[in-house]
Write a protein of this length. Structure first.
Length: 397
């Protein structure tokens, strides 16, 4: 992938952040507008949360129909990625299953998601009683009464997709600068006029802050209070035995498990299990990259309890990543602060699966001020002025 070694003196829009969100925004802007677009990333493309993402693609969001619709739009885009963007990406179908026990909080989520997916024509199946063991023979499901399967869910690779978006944006005229950190901004008469970096200043009329957990510090320099709390998440990669792989060639579906974790198949015949919304706050610049032994043991014990035949799986790898969480877990996609300042952040562990839709929404917001894809007001920063909790509830899983 080509990267411009020096900054341009001037551009129309600077996008700060080269993860999958910033990359998607850059792609849609250069594809759908005449803007001169420059993307600035302080490390490498996809080096932050995107590189650590489990890159799950699914539609089931319980009663949150808006997110289901955006996820479906994004999924269709991912399925057509090579034809539309011109770049191949890693992609494996893997159903996403929600297991539920009658009387638990999971029931409402599972049933609402089933109804919405059914109404939208997205393939979904409900399994009850004995059907559970037939559909998911690798699991010990004594604790559950039924399951809802988002049948066409899938997974990909975050860095692969971000790089694909960036290459396509470059081919369409975008400038991409890596290894350059944004240090500040210049404004005049209430409007953005420039972005300051450790490699010089770029004159511009617009800036998009899409820097994940680093966005609040950048926004503060523009007078914005961006309520994002980074959390440290931990990932364990397992290597199933040859006997397991032979008996269950699809390995495992993507599924949430009790204890605040989830599991999915991994490229290369592996199985991934990770924490989700651990509530362990962290500094994105200074956090322990090595997973905790105690957490790894907890993850392994969870796997052994619900998929006993993985209890003797080997370990392929382990790592950590960072979520950028809003109080309500809903996204922030807004035009706020100085004129020409835009926010695309707070994806709370759901950014990858929604990245194409977010790129389209932000392109629409910047070029037209509105979008046919969704009501942009829902994602406004101002919702936190009325209540520190925003919408409340938000994305539960």
């Amino acid at each position: 992938m080509e990267a411009t070694p020096t900054l341009p003196e001037a551009t129309d829009i600077v996008i700060v952040g080269g993860g999958v969100i910033g990359a998607s925004i850059a792609y849609f802007l250069v594809t759908e507008s005449e803007y001169d677009v420059t993307l600035v990333e302080k490390n490498a493309i996809g080096a932050g949360s995107t590189g650590d993402s489990s890159a799950i693609i699914r539609h089931h969001y319980g009663e949150k129909e808006l997110y289901t619709e955006l996820a479906d739009w994004s999924h269709q885009f991912y399925q057509e990625f090579e034809d539309r963007v011109g770049e191949p990406i890693a992609y494996n179908e893997n159903p996403r299953v929600t297991f539920a026990e009658e009387g638990s909080s999971d029931v409402e989520y599972a049933e609402a998601g089933y109804e919405i997916l059914s109404e939208l024509g997205i393939p979904v199946t409900r399994y009850d009683g004995d059907q559970l063991d037939e559909a998911f023979p690798m699991f010990n499901l004594e604790a559950f009464d039924f399951a809802v399967s988002d049948e066409t869910a899938a997974y990909s690779d975050g860095t692969d997709v971000a790089a694909g978006f960036v290459r396509a944006a470059q081919h369409r005229g975008a400038t991409v600068v890596t290894g350059v950190a944004v240090e500040g901004f210049e404004t005049e008469s209430g409007s953005v006029t420039a972005v300051q970096t450790d490699d010089g200043t770029v004159a511009c009329d617009n800036v998009v802050l899409a820097a994940g957990p680093w966005t609040p510090a950048l926004g503060e320099q523009l007078g914005l209070d961006v309520p994002i709390t980074p959390s440290r998440e931990q990932v364990l990669l397992l290597e199933p035995t040859a006997e397991y792989r032979e008996q269950y060639p699809d390995l495992v579906p993507t599924a949430g498990l009790p204890g605040g974790c989830y599991i999915r198949s991994e490229f290369g015949e592996g199985v991934l299990i990770a924490t989700h919304h651990s509530e362990e706050q962290c500094d994105p610049d200074h956090y322990e990259k090595r997973p905790d032994q105690e957490t790894l043991l907890d993850l392994h014990e969870t796997v052994a309890e619900y998929i006993p035949e993985l209890s003797d799986a080997g370990i392929q790898g382990k790592y950590t990543g960072v979520y950028a969480n809003t109080p309500d877990h809903d996204f922030i996609l807004d035009h706020c602060g100085p004129d020409g300042c835009y926010l695309a952040c707070g994806f709370s562990g759901h950014g990858f699966k929604q990245a194409p839709a977010v790129g389209k929404l932000m392109s629409d917001r910047i070029t037209k001020g509105e979008s046919e894809l969704a009501d942009l007001e829902f994602f406004s920063l101002s919702r936190f002025e009325d209540s520190a909790e925003g919408h409340g509830g938000g994305i539960e899983y």
